[in-house]
Design a protein around this ligand. Structure first.
Ligand code: DGY
Length: 420
């Protein structure tokens, strides 16, 4: 075990609040949905039981209709805004009213395979069976509320749902959001971190206007899906859900469960996801469903097509050409935005910085598709960033310096998952 692995373990232990792990104690002092899923990958390398608990704790906050919130406020902490009172979900425990990229099924499959490899399948089978039901419920919620007309893509109702909060993909779709009644508020993120690394005031106004909209609708997700002022088919969530459904189907087979419904979701996605291909820009990208327009941006999420298991020689070639062009322009792959784009900002959150968790998915997908050299570059750049700068939330793709919070749980988790 390397020194880095020791530090990574220590970070996960320090951020452990008993059954769940905070992304970073100061900036994000609660349980976040996709953070926890990635964190479980890290725990699995040295404490298998704790890895399963991380996901089980998240699903204890699942709503009866299958929805799994993006934040669970297990305890009070005024270091974060907007807190439980702003969301006003009416739930116990208090939660947010939006969801996040569904990586959990992929992670549970990984945990299951790792338990099986260690000869522990029988021990973990009851936990896998229980989580399977929870995951199926969540994926069914996606099918019902975020893809009601079976188009095969995931419609995000809030930039925070995508996990890529301030990606330029949301700039144009965000324009119709009325921010005139948002009122006064005090951000906490810019009290902890350099404002240059964070979303702008206009972006925050939009985030809050959408929270107010959802709250006024009583977090009725069917009503929100009909009338929300922001409805974008997100390339990231769509690719991640397609992959997660493939993993959920594999789990169904391993556990002796019926997978017909899951197979149908996969077929819908395989038939419909092409609407996220921008033929002009020759890239996968998000699409505003209110206007029908593609974003036209090459982001790190564009490269998740390999992870989703999509195989199309022409499109794969185009994506590889983007990859190689970008790889010439930055020292560390994969920047969250194409550095040739005029909106590229090397330290501003999802407008340039490299994120270890996205790299993990891209690297996994490229390797599975047989693009070994590129997969290796993604993996070794990620580990070099961590070795050079520490376990930051994200990294400057040009000089490798850390961006955002330090001692970040999901970065530590990816270091462990990739080092062992
Ligand atoms: C934040 O508050 O910055 C989070 O990304 C929202 O989930």
């Amino acid at each position: 075990m390397t020194q880095d692995s020791n530090t990574a373990r220590a970070i996960l232990k320090a951020n452990d609040r008993g059954g769940y792990t905070v992304p970073n104690g100061r900036v994000y002092p609660f349980q976040w949905n996709w953070d926890s899923a990635f964190v479980a990958l890290g725990f699995d390398t040295f404490d298998r039981d704790r890895a399963w608990t991380e996901i089980e704790t998240l699903f204890r906050a699942q709503w009866p209709d299958g929805f799994v919130p993006h934040i669970v406020f297990w305890q009070e902490d005024d270091g974060y805004f907007p807190g439980p009172g702003v969301w006003d979900s009416g739930r116990t425990p208090p939660t947010s009213g939006i969801t996040q990229p569904p990586v959990a099924a992929t992670v549970v499959r990984t945990l299951w395979d790792s338990a099986a490899a260690a000869g522990q399948s029988e021990h973990y089978r009851p936990r896998a069976q229980a989580l399977f039901d929870r995951l199926l419920g969540w994926h069914r919620w996606f099918a019902e509320h975020r893809d009601a007309n079976r188009s095969g893509v995931v419609v995000a109702m809030h930039p925070w749902e995508t996990g890529r909060d301030n990606s330029p993909e949301w700039d144009v779709p965000g324009v119709p959001i009325d921010v005139s009644n948002v009122g006064e508020y005090t951000r906490r993120d810019t009290g902890h971190l350099d404002a240059k690394m964070r979303p702008t005031k206009l972006e925050y106004d939009r985030y809050l206007a959408l929270v107010q909209f959802g709250r006024a609708a009583g977090w009725d997700h069917a009503a929100i899906a009909r009338s929300n002022p922001f409805r974008v088919a997100d390339v990231g969530m769509s690719m991640i859900l397609l992959r997660a459904n493939r993993d959920l189907l594999a789990l169904a087979q391993a556990l002796g469960r019926n997978g017909d419904e899951i197979a149908r979701w996969i077929a819908d996605a395989e038939a419909g996801i092409h609407i996220l291909w921008d033929a002009e820009r020759r890239t996968w990208c998000s699409r505003d469903l209110l206007t029908g327009r593609h974003s036209g941006y090459v982001t790190s999420a564009s490269f998740l097509s390999f992870y989703a298991g999509l195989r199309d020689p022409e499109r794969d070639e185009a994506m590889m050409a983007h990859f190689d062009r970008i790889a010439e322009r930055v020292r560390y792959m994969v920047p969250s935005l194409d550095p040739d784009d005029t909106g590229f900002q090397m330290i501003r959150y999802w407008r340039g910085p490299v994120w270890a968790v996205v790299n993990w998915m891209i690297g996994q997908g490229l390797a599975e598709a047989g693009h070994e050299a590129r997969a290796k570059r993604v993996r070794s750049d990620t580990l070099a960033l961590i070795q050079g700068s520490g376990f930051y939330e994200a990294f400057n793709p040009l000089d490798g310096s850390g961006s955002g919070g330090d001692d970040f749980s999901w970065t530590a988790a990816i270091a462990l998952a990739w080092q062992t």
